[in-house]
Design a binder for this molecule. Structure first.
Ligand code: GLV
Ligand code: MN
Ligand code: MN
Length: 416
């Protein structure tokens, strides 16, 4: 294969578009909060679709709102080369998570168009619905359905914290039809490449431009409920208590201990949500429900953390006479990136004069589930101090342009 040429990436335009998208938020700038199917999400989708239409791409969406913008190839019946990411954002997030992979992919396509290139295969930009678990409690909703990892029945049973169903919310957002149709057959895409900020410090620390992702870590997500006994904060004596929050505190520390005990840098465990019932300063908590997010590049090691947590839960239940229940939301295996696409990304970075390194993704991404139906790879770019899921998340225009250049060259190779 010939080395890729340099493509005319318009960094100023992309910077403006990312800033415009960031301003479409449910919170005051610089905070980005864009929960799936909120007014902000719908306005952001409309903005991205307008830009795609201006670039001459043909738009369609599926029943869950995954949106496809296609640049037709000279051989339109060949399986497309796909790229994309998400634009939904967790509460109190920043401007770059996901959006760089959507608007950056659009800029890569525009740069390819401007260069005079005519792809043989169609190139398709995919905007995935609800990569973030904020509303429905499960991450990568759109790509899970696409990859056949979540069944239509499981998806239809999803409800948001206000008890509104996925089906009613997607219909209100303009996405109807059976969820069965979201699933794509293996081979539907020739390849899928996702551009994303690293969300870690490796690239910045090692002064690298591009991370060539070879594998995506295995995420698990659970809900734990502790059933204790409530009562009056003044009158209920300490020896009589079965405080659900005190028990939960022990469990949370046990989880942290189990993740630390592997001594592997890739083992991580987080409790990010904790609901206390009845939630009054002068009431002993009778029930606590908390989330657990546990990840590792090694699924066996991740499962060992969960097993150790089980042991701790049994111990706490006995010692404190509380009842502890667990509900697994998802426990996904890791995904390996495709060696040929990894090589294409790597050579593209080298040909653009960029410094790159192979690495694993500790965060999950839609690529984890697209990998069930297509060969995938990911392109990481540095973000300041490794910060993500925070309003001060930042990737420089130069880093983003380097990622887009690498993506454009990779699409050029894969679609020729
Ligand atoms: C994605 O947002 C993740 O939590 O990894
Ligand atoms: Mn995210
Ligand atoms: Mn993301």
């Amino acid at each position: 294969m010939q080395p890729s040429p340099r493509f005319p990436v318009n960094s100023d335009r992309l910077t403006r578009e990312l800033a415009h998208l960031a301003a479409i938020s449910e919170a005051e700038p610089p905070i980005v909060t864009r929960v799936v199917f909120s007014q902000a999400d719908l306005r952001a989708r409309a903005y991205v679709q307008q830009l795609c239409a201006e670039a001459g791409l043909t738009l369609r969406h599926d029943a869950v709102g995954n949106t496809f913008a296609r640049w037709q190839g000279t051989h339109p019946h060949l399986a497309p080369v796909a790229t994309g990411s998400h634009i939904d954002a967790i509460p109190n997030a920043g401007a770059y998570d996901g959006t760089v992979g959507v608007l950056g992919a659009l800029e890569a396509i525009r740069a390819l168009q401007l260069s005079g290139f005519q792809p043989a295969r169609p190139i398709e930009l995919v905007l995935f619905t609800s990569e973030e678990p904020t509303r429905f409690g499960i991450g990568c909703l759109g790509s899970r359905l696409m990859g056949g990892v979540l069944s239509p029945d499981q998806a239809s049973a999803l409800r948001d914290p206000d008890d509104r169903s996925l089906d009613s919310l997607r219909a209100a957002a303009g996405f109807s039809g059976p969820l069965e149709t979201v699933r794509l057959a293996p081979g539907h895409f020739h390849a899928f490449v996702e551009l994303h900020i690293e969300q870690g410090k490796t690239l910045e620390r090692d002064r690298l431009d591009i991370g060539v992702v070879t594998a995506i870590a295995a995420p698990a997500s659970l809900w734990v409920t502790v059933h204790g006994e409530g009562g009056h904060a003044g009158a209920m004596l300490m020896p009589d208590r079965h405080d659900a929050l005190a028990a939960a505190a022990e469990l949370i520390l046990a989880l942290e201990g189990a993740a630390l005990a592997t001594t592997a840098i890739d083992s991580v465990a987080t409790v990010g949500l904790c609901e206390v019932f009845p939630g009054a300063v002068n009431s002993v908590p009778s029930r606590v429900r908390f989330s657990m997010d546990v990840r590792d590049t090694d699924a066996t090691r991740r499962d060992r953390i969960l097993e150790e947590f089980d042991v701790a839960a049994r111990h706490v239940a006995t010692a404190r006479s509380v009842r502890i229940t667990q509900e697994t939301v998802n426990a996904d295996p890791p995904a390996l990136c495709d060696p040929a696409i990894v090589a294409a990304v790597e050579s593209s970075a080298i040909e653009a004069g960029l410094k790159s390194q192979r690495m694993v993704s500790r965060a999950y991404h839609d690529s984890l589930f697209v990998a069930r139906i297509a060969p995938v790879a990911m392109i990481f770019i540095p973000c300041r101090n490794g910060v993500s899921h925070r309003p001060d998340e930042y990737a420089s225009p130069e880093s983003i342009a380097a990622g887009v250049q690498t993506l454009a060259a990779t699409l050029w190779k894969l679609s020729a």
